[in-house]
Write a protein that binds this ligand. Structure first.
Ligand code: PEP
Ligand code: MG
Length: 451
């Protein structure tokens, strides 16, 4: 396995970004303060962007819940993905404005547009600073229901942003970024060091085991033309890859177990579709615990182990699974793409990627009820939990733990603090039986109405 780690060399990255051989002579310095226009960018490319001081990017392909988009948000890089024919509108050396929040790109803006965007930037600053006043408030609804608010992180460095908004709990620590842009996978010590940095400053910390595969490929396809995978999202991804490449998995599991001796750690397994996968993980963990005891290495013997509910089969069987795990977390990014058969990375089917589809709402409700019935904690860590429009709907369906990106944290808290729970449940449940999108939009408006 070691020989196939993908390393996006800077030249390759530039070549792909700029789409031509003639550009490979560019030095990294040439790209600082640049705005990148590309066909597509992988999550690994996005990580490189920050290292090289790239200001913003826009791509022709990609969806708003792709890992590339999620990473850009986490790194604070303004970005637009899935902007069709963006290449044909932008020329090299143009002055460009990238408005990531509205999905607008402007080439060669006139004076008025420049002034407008300067004003928007200062307004945004003022809004953020006003919002920071609720940092110390508890996240409590108007009628006194306590809602747990956790944060999603990709890198230990993201903790700064979490602390800035007053967050303490990590509901999703994605670990696959430890693997990107390098030849060799991280060893146990490197994993442990990354986890230690987070555990020192947050509690609990929910470390998600590797979710490589799909758009977070590590295999360099140029070296492995024979192993071309036609549908990576349905292939060896997450726990499937880990159970196949057990040495890789064991290094991470040992590090997570060791990290559990340093603070409050929970371990979460992604892409589970069958109970047998959970049982296999338990077996490996038991074996590793035995080894650690023999080596007199400390760990927490009762570290909670949970699963992500992101494959529809998991949501449908959540009543069967919940009794066997310590906690669950709903990953709507994948749950939506798999339930609606709409690739989250493909802008051409973005119009089908709909969190309000009754199938999605029913799967969410089913999972929340099953966890409650089994007395197991359940959260939501997908992008749906970050979306201001859906916070009250989710509260009405019974969600009590949100794990969100640091930049959405205070906005979600503000909505929670202004919410009256008593009227929500009957409204939210009505949404489960509505087939018309227009009617659902109307009901959502009623749910979000502030009185
Ligand atoms: C999800 O699928 O909702 C999720 C949180 O995981 P990821 O976005 O990393 O696939
Ligand atoms: Mg997922």
């Amino acid at each position: 396995m070691a020989s196939v780690w993908r390393r996006v060399s800077f030249c390759l990255c530039i070549q792909r970004i700029l789409g031509g051989d003639q550009d490979t002579s560019l030095e990294p310095a040439d790209l600082s303060n640049a705005i990148i226009i590309a066909d597509d960018l992988s999550p690994a490319d996005t990580v490189l962007m920050q290292h090289h001081g790239i200001l913003a990017f826009a791509t022709e392909y990609g969806g708003s819940t792709s890992h590339t988009a999620i990473l850009a948000r986490s790194l604070g890089i303004p970005a637009i993905v899935g902007l069709q024919r963006v290449h044909s509108y932008i020329q090299a050396d143009d002055t460009v404005i990238v408005d990531g929040s509205e999905g607008i790109i402007l080439a060669e803006p006139d004076e008025r547009s420049l002034r407008y965007y300067q004003r928007r930037q200062s307004e945004e600053k003022r809004y953020r600073s006003a919002l920071s006043k609720i940092k110390a408030l508890p996240s409590l609804t108007r009628d006194g229901t306590s809602i747990s608010l956790q944060a999603n992180i990709e890198f230990p460095e993201d903790l700064k942003a979490v602390k800035r908004v007053g967050g303490k709990e990590i509901g999703l620590y994605r670990t696959e970024f430890l693997f990107m842009n390098r030849y060799q996978p991280p060893d146990e010590e490197e994993h442990l060091e990354a986890y230690r940095r987070v555990i020192q400053e947050a509690a609990p910390v929910t470390i998600r085991t590797l979710d490589l595969g799909a758009d977070k490929q590590i295999v360099d396809n140029r070296q492995h033309k024979d192993s071309f995978i036609t549908n990576p999202a349905l292939s060896l991804r997450g726990i499937r890859l880990c159970l196949k490449e057990q040495n890789l998995f064991k290094a991470q599991l040992r590090a997570i177990l060791r990290a559990s001796a340093l603070g409050e750690v929970r371990m979460m397994i992604p892409m589970v579709s069958d109970q047998s996968e959970i049982m296999q993980v338990y077996k490996i963990i038991e074996q590793l615990k035995k080894e650690l005891r023999q080596q007199s290495i400390k760990f927490d013997p009762s570290m909670p182990i949970g699963v992500m509910v992101e494959v529809p089969a998991m949501a449908i069987c959540s009543d069967l699974i919940a009794p066997h795990v310590d906690f669950l977390s709903i990953g709507t990014n994948d749950l939506i793409q798999y339930s609606l058969a709409a690739d989250r990375n493909d802008q051409s089917v973005n119009y089908l990627y709909n969190p309000l589809h009754p199938a999605i709402l029913r799967l969410i409700k089913m999972s929340l009820d099953a966890a409650t019935q089994a007395g197991k904690p359940i959260s939501m860590c997908g992008e749906m939990a970050n979306d201001k429009r859906y916070v009250r709907l989710l509260l009405g369906l019974g969600l009590r733990t949100f794990s969100v990106n640091p930049e959405s944290y205070l906005e979600v808290k503000q909505i929670i603090n202004k919410t009256d729970m008593s009227r929500l449940a009957p409204l939210a449940v009505r949404m489960l039986d509505m087939t018309s999108q227009a009617e659902r939009a109307e009901l959502l408006e009623a749910i979000n109405y502030e009185n």
